[in-house]
Design a protein around this ligand. Structure first.
Ligand code: ZN
Ligand code: ZN
Ligand code: ZN
Length: 428
């Protein structure tokens, strides 16, 4: 207990911190500070999600990374460094996009979600999962010498999406869907200050620790302000705080209402189960014409109108780029004029890609581009193309909660994939 004496003097209760579970999305500059602080404070259980690799320029802004770590996964290196700080910590890392990695059942089982991201779409997706499961979301952001923290706690009088304009939502989706699922170091965001990352990450963790103590009868009351933005102005050297406003037409508020805990049935299967098996479970409860909502669109086949070929696929809509959407038969692989790779032009010069042609990045000759039609599905139902896949292949995340409905949508139930619990949280 010696180790935590000073923290106990601050009013922290170590049992509460040790039994707490915090999800950290993003292990860049901000994530490093967040994870470091959680480990120093003795928070017992941490999930880290980041799909990026460490690059040399990360070393000036990431306390948990060393030169020898360049090329390794940010999530793994950050998690190992945290375990070096506090060997008792149960820290789990994931290096795939959070959207198809950690499902609603994970959100329901963590105390707080901390965001250390720079892309809007992932924040909107996190906000949605938090609202469906009554999980607090404390988001951090950095911009030049500025930084800010936004708090969104149940019952969510305001949410992250309320703070967006429709243009920002569209731009966020476009950027996310063009480049696939962006990591926290996505391009075009502007430089951020590691000094400010310490301040913002520190504030996020302090709020999270207070949240863990919300019902604790300690020396002083621990309260976390809900629906506020706390901004550090790095030019004026001032903190400002103001209340965020609910937007009446907020798409997340209109569609994401909390799933009542009493309506959730845990099943002993994970996301590696066959979609057909899940449908059978739903049918056993809700009748032969029951179906299961996925909650997102999956592209299940790509069809070329020109050559008539179709290809089976199971990719989340939005994560499919032009390179995957173009017909490999009808689009030449190299420039007819100079032989430069068309795929390279698509990857490096999106400004040269048009709906029906690609202008070669090397010689600017126009080459034909044929994009295929994406056939999508958003539910598992009798005779559906989804039945050929496992849930994971359909990009259903681990421990997800899926809604099953009867034929006319009158009766419904929620099924939680509990078979993934150990893969997410570690063997208990
Ligand atoms: Zn909202
Ligand atoms: Zn074709
Ligand atoms: Zn060319």
């Amino acid at each position: 207990m010696d180790r935590y004496t000073r923290l106990v003097e601050l009013g922290w209760n170590m049992d509460l911190l040790r039994s707490g579970t915090v999800m950290v999305v993003g292990a860049g500059a901000l994530g490093n500070e967040i994870i470091k602080n959680l480990a120093l404070a003795g928070v017992g259980n941490v999930l880290v999600v980041d799909l990026d690799e460490i690059e040399t320029h990360n070393l000036t802004r990431s306390v948990l990374f060393r030169g020898a770590d360049v090329g390794r996964r940010k999530a793994e290196v950050a998690a190992r460094a945290a375990a070096d700080i506090e060997p008792q910590i149960n820290i789990r890392w994931f290096d795939t996009p959070v959207q198809n990695t950690l499902g609603l059942g994970v959100f329901r089982n963590v105390d707080v979600v901390l965001g250390g991201l720079d892309n809007i779409q992932t924040r909107r997706d996190l906000m949605r999962s938090c609202m469906l499961t009554d999980t607090p979301f404390i988001d951090g952001g950095l911009y030049f010498l500025d930084g800010d923290v936004r708090t969104f706690l149940p019952p969510f009088p305001v949410c992250f999406d309320c703070t967006m304009t429709q243009d920002e939502r569209d731009a966020g989706w476009r950027r996310w869907s063009c480049l696939g699922l962006l990591g926290d170091d996505g391009a075009g965001v502007g430089p951020t200050a590691p000094t400010v990352a310490s301040m913002i990450g520190g504030l996020q963790v302090q709020l999270a620790l207070k949240y863990l103590h919300r019902d604790f009868d300690g020396a002083f009351e621990m309260r976390v302000p809900n629906g506020v933005r706390i901004r550090f102005n790095g030019f004026a050297d001032e903190y400002e705080r103001w209340d965020l406003n609910r937007e009446t037409d907020c798409p997340t508020h209109l569609t994401a209402t909390s799933i009542p805990e009493s309506s959730i049935t845990s099943i002993p299967h994970g996301a590696d189960m066959a979609a057909s098996q899940l449908l059978e479970l739903a049918q056993a409860e809700l009748g032969p014409e029951a179906y299961v909502e996925l909650g997102f669109d999956v592209v299940h086949s790509l069809q070329c109108y020109q050559c008539g070929r179709s290809e089976a696929s199971a990719r989340r809509r939005g994560a499919l780029g032009i390179a995957e959407t173009m017909c490999p038969t009808c689009t030449p692989s190299t420039c007819a004029e100079c032989g430069h790779s068309i795929a390279k032009t698509i990857a490096s010069r999106p400004d040269l890609v048009f709906p029906d042609k690609v202008d070669c990045a090397s010689c600017f000759e126009s080459n034909p581009l044929v994009l295929r039609d994406a056939q999508t599905l958003n539910r598992i139902e009798p005779d559906s193309a989804a039945l050929a896949y496992t849930l994971a292949e359909l990009t259903v995340p681990m421990m997800d909660i899926l809604e099953a409905r009867d034929f006319d949508g009158q009766k419904s139930m929620y099924l939680q994939l509990d078979g993934d619990r150990d893969r997410v949280f570690g063997a208990s």
